[in-house]
Design a protein. Sequence first.
Length: 368
Amino acid sequence: MTKRIPISTSTLLYYIEQSNVPIGLLQENIPNFDNFLSGEKLPTYTQIEKISKLIKIPVGLLVLDKTVDVNTQRLSFRTLKSREISIMSAELRDTIIEMQEKQSFLQNQIDEDLSITNTQLFKTTDHLIIAEHIRRKLGIPINHIPDSKDDPIRYFRDKISSVGIFVFFNGKVKDNTHRPLNPNEFRGFSLNNSKAPIIFVNQKDSRNAQLFTLIHELVRLFIDNEGISNKDEQNDYSHTGIEALVNRVTAEILVPKLLFERENTLNIEELASKYHVSRYVIARRLLDSGKINKTQYNNIILLMESEAPSRRQSTGGSYSNNIRFRIDKTFFHFVHNAIMQDQVSYTEAFRLIGTGYKDFKILEKSLK
């Protein structure tokens, strides 16, 4: 049975008006179009795809409840208070739209709601309590620090995926090597949703930075504070503000106080390597644990900033491994099932995943 997709008639009408495409053209090319516009009938995914091509609007925008002003290149997050992005790059904008489109597809594939967000966490500013709650939810022992052989990013990603959160990595817009993502603009973002919460991590960043962003956005989802993260916000450990709290929780998950207090060295490079985090995180943990004072901390930060270390991005290994790493495996499973059930065409699946035929076959092999 062909699955019908719920859409907002006001959203559909808005984008049609913005496109300046005559209604008559849509009526001629889309059967039952008037019924879709009136809300009397729901379209299939293939029909939505056809509408999107005619009015030149991404499919993902047509299935959202709220409209996005594509002309001003501005997307606002519900909780983006600490840093409002008034003008974002086309690359960031299109990546957010891509993830929103994936989320919209998943919403129509998943029946049950998740219980990721915990309202009790809203009532506390104790980062230790929040970190412990997240550890228990993901089944992460406080005394477990994954070593390099385990691949810390993969370890935490698997734990995050196990509770129903979808995780994507990429260093470019879809598969377009001419449109790289700038880690100086953003390191990642999260999109909360009762059925399909999503974390996106900028793969152009260093491995340690990617790990921090992964956990940082995880914390955002748990306290219902979706948004975009950049370098300045992730280095914010002031005593007030939600961003500072998120950073402290992230640091506690990656560098647990219980373990860190037992460390006998002040060698920042050694500790950063052990816990797979940046030197900034270790410097802050040394200050918070009383191992160094505020003057020493400030001097260390000044020194690190003056050194301006180069950003070593992840190579992702072989081409095939990188494709499998970029795309959330459970997401691909849903897309593959939709193809088998004739809910989407192969062409639509390639566009939705953001790959071509060759990469699709690589991902398909991982299901076997």
